[in-house]
Write a protein that binds this ligand. Structure first.
Ligand code: XLS
Ligand code: NI
Ligand code: NI
Length: 439
């Protein structure tokens, strides 16, 4: 096997006392936590676009990332040569899953037909690499935002021919995802939004977006694709306003257009923050609707107003995320979904081995979050507190309110007959201190 990362050995678990920066100190894939191996709880995925295609440029400067295996061309040959590099990275970093956009893995051709045939050839290459490595596809997606034809939207473009191109592209991306046994397929809005309402028929655009999603669901059924469809909220960037701006907006859209049975949410930490929410809030909104499917694991920077897609290192964040993942689906956790590192290195971290430092850190941060969350749940102190906080609804008038037997007349009579309510403390500070004890 060739060695594209000669400076990096296979990353192993060495335990908390190791001072080797290219070792796991907490992520021990087969170690059991709360009845399941760490790797099955966490289902880590790597993003092809960030690992293989992100040159680390920013709005003020060109890319810096060194990729000695890449000839810089948009050729099919170059696309095929990237595959073994990526799979070596997955293997050395012990990451079981990956995610891609069609255009990350395979280039546009001179004609639309050639574009599709490129993807088919690359899919064969990816399939062979999956087979020999045991790595799996967490989800696929279509890039409906980079090419100039999508400048005014894809499904929401004012031009119906563009809609047809988008549909054609999704069809082939779904074929590829299906061929690769993908556990899911993601729609992220990209250009599905508007820069100004002055030239926009919002209702018509939303109808068209829903139409594309229905067509995708129908086509998935037709080809026997049983993976989970997801929609990924993000409030802005690239559009001024994105239609799928946050979890609540996505849920409302899915409900309004009869799509809630077919799509779950893929939530990204940095997008939650750009929407003015915490990731915990977004996770709870989605979970309450039975629609929390998968996670793009990264973090933002409160000092920068854009999607910085940084690697997750904040233990409070990873703990809060894993608390919710552990409780998901009656304790089954993520079923079809996973923790996909939709994250990129800083522009200054341009060496190939920085890819490993980045992912090792993210995986260890989530492994710690998992262990801490499992202990918090086993101890039950937070759950008990919250349960007790709402206990006035467990019997008496509270049970009548929740059960629907109380009405304004009975509540009026009840309120007139009791002493004024006495509140218990919310004890936020005490609980924050308790969380610190666990971390
Ligand atoms: C961009 C999104 C994108 C999706 C996949 O901000 O996070 O990378 O995850 O299209
Ligand atoms: Ni994402
Ligand atoms: Ni993002």
């Amino acid at each position: 096997m060739s060695d594209y990362f000669p400076n990096v050995p296979k990353i192993k678990y060495e335990g908390p006392d190791s001072d080797n920066p290219l070792a796991f100190r907490h992520y021990n894939p087969d170690e059991e936590i709360a009845g399941k191996s760490m790797k099955d709880h966490l289902r880590f995925g790597a993003a092809y676009w960030h690992c293989m295609r992100n040159g680390l440029g920013d709005p003020f400067g060109m890319g810096t990332a060194l990729m000695p295996w890449d000839d810089g061309s948009e050729s099919l040959d170059n696309a095929l040569k990237r595959i073994p590099v990526f799979f070596e990275f997955l293997d050395k970093n012990q990451i079981d899953y990956y995610c891609f956009h069609d255009r990350d893995v395979s280039p546009e051709g001179a004609t639309w037909a050639e574009t599709h045939s490129n993807l088919e050839k690359v899919t064969e290459g990816l399939k062979a690499a999956q087979k020999s490595s045991g790595k799996k596809l967490l989800w696929g997606t279509a890039c409906l935002f980079a090419h100039p034809r999508y400048a005014q939207g894809a499904a929401t473009s004012p031009n119906a021919d563009v809609f047809a191109y988008a549909a054609s592209q999704v069809k082939h991306a779904l074929d590829a995802t299906h061929e690769l046994g993908g556990a899911g397929y993601v729609f992220w809005g990209g250009r599905e939004g508007y820069a100004s309402l002055i030239n926009t028929d919002m209702k018509r655009e939303l109808d068209h977006l829903a139409r594309l999603l229905h067509l995708a669901v129908d086509y998935g059924k037709k080809i026997g694709f049983t993976g989970q469809f997801y929609i990924e909220p993000k409030p802005r960037e690239p559009s001024t306003h994105q239609y799928d701006s946050d979890a609540a907006a996505c849920l409302n859209f899915l409900r309004e257009y009869d799509l809630l049975d077919h799509l779950k949410l893929n939530l990204e930490t940095n997008h939650a923050e750009l929407a003015g929410h915490t990731m915990e809030h977004e996770l709870d909104v989605a979970a309450a609707a039975g629609a929390l499917g998968s996670i793009d694991a990264n973090r933002g920077d409160t000092l920068i107003g854009w999607d910085t897609d940084q690697f997750p290192t904040n233990l409070y964040q990873t703990t809060n995320i894993m608390l919710r993942v552990l409780k998901l689906n009656d304790g089954q956790g993520l079923t079809t979904g996973g923790l996909n590192f939709d994250a990129k290195r800083r522009r200054e971290s341009h060496l190939p081995e920085d890819l490993f430092h980045a992912h090792v850190g993210g995986m260890d941060a989530f492994a710690r979050g998992l262990k801490i969350a499992a202990k918090i749940i086993a101890d039950g102190r937070f759950d008990d507190f919250v349960k007790k906080r709402y206990s006035t609804y467990d019997s008496g008038i509270g049970a009548e309110i929740e059960g629907g037997s109380a009405n304004f007349d009975t509540l009026d009579g009840y309120a007139l007959g009791i002493e004024p309510p006495v509140l218990e403390s919310g004890r936020q500070e005490m609980l924050e201190n308790l969380l610190n004890d666990y971390i």
